[in-house]
Write a protein that binds this ligand. Sequence first.
Ligand SMILES: *Cc1c(COP(=O)(O)O)cnc(C)c1O
Length: 389
Amino acid sequence: MLLVEKASRMNSIPPYLFAELDKKKRELVNAGKDIIDLGIGDPDIPTPSHIIKKMAKACEKGENHRYPPYPGTLPFREAVAKWYKNRFDVELDPENEVLALIGSKDGIAHIPFVFIDSGDIALVPSPGYPVYHQSVAFAGGDSFFMILKKENHFLPDLGAIPSEVLSRAKMMFINYPNNPTSAIASLDFFNSVISFAKKHKVLVCHDAAYSEIYFDGNKPVSFLQADGAKDVGVEFHSFSKTYNMTGWRLGWVVGNREVIKALGLFKSHIDSGIFSAIQEAGIEALTGDQSSVEVMRNIYQERRDILVKYLKDIGLDFEPCNATFYLWVQVPKGYSSTSFTSYLLEKAGIVVTPGSGLGEGGEGYIRISLTADKKRIEEAGKRLSSIKF
Ligand SMILES: *Cc1c(COP(=O)(O)O)cnc(C)c1O
């Protein structure tokens, strides 16, 4: 029993979509079944040891035990700027164009509060990371879902957004390399986003969490490499995927200084920064030996190749995976995203994510994460081959 009614914003939280699936999974595990979980997007590879060692040392420093600076330590922000210069040839002013985040989710979930008033619209990709539309809803705004379609290479069709939506739109989220479709965006696409943003006065929030997970030389570009990007937006980034640091909670946002300043001000009233020792570990990650990143790419690539071989043999249609650690697979005729997900769990003991759980644009697909070792991926492939669709 609860003494009071919950705030109405709590009504905007949908029931947990995967609850039924989770229940089924638990039942099967309890019955002694061997379940292969390829549902979650959490890397199974450990954080590189030189980063952990740096953290251990940094924990012992007394000055790190005090409140950290709100926007992130200056050496941390300088390391981010240096990394951007090396990786993308993008110049950033560490003092005004870089903000440390408690994981990129911190920034993504809070930025709507800085720009969205009740009745404002955010343009949000579907399928997509659920945090985008949920945080817009918490801020009192409405989401207009830009459906990512195969025929558009899973890029939003900016020309298809109705004018009455455009007149209320204040911001847009985009995410390339894309979770869940694994699509990569070109500089041409980012250029068209910038023209669109200028014309319709829309703030662009690009989520680049997967920029370092790419294969076969398909190196993704940064939104900030496009001319004028800093005039219209920001780019979110994370240590989670590049350095297998999901549990550490460290990320950043870079770009337009007014946006950085406003988000920093908002956050200064919510959190009190990031443990400075974690930021020291982040500096080590960005400026130290990068060989772990190449090793990681090779691991995912090997897993991808194993699964792709099985999918081809079976005759399931899937998108070419040139980036991210997700395979975006079409469900066979006669199934929906959720019915196929349930079928795979029951018949093969494999957990995947139903595309529809990531938005209506994901209906007709499942997402398979390459976050299990190659033996398990191989086993999953064998099990898939042994069932009928
Ligand atoms: C994993 C992921 C992130 C990273 O979130 P963190 O808060 O930095 O761990 C951001 N966006 C997308 C789409 C992701 O899949």
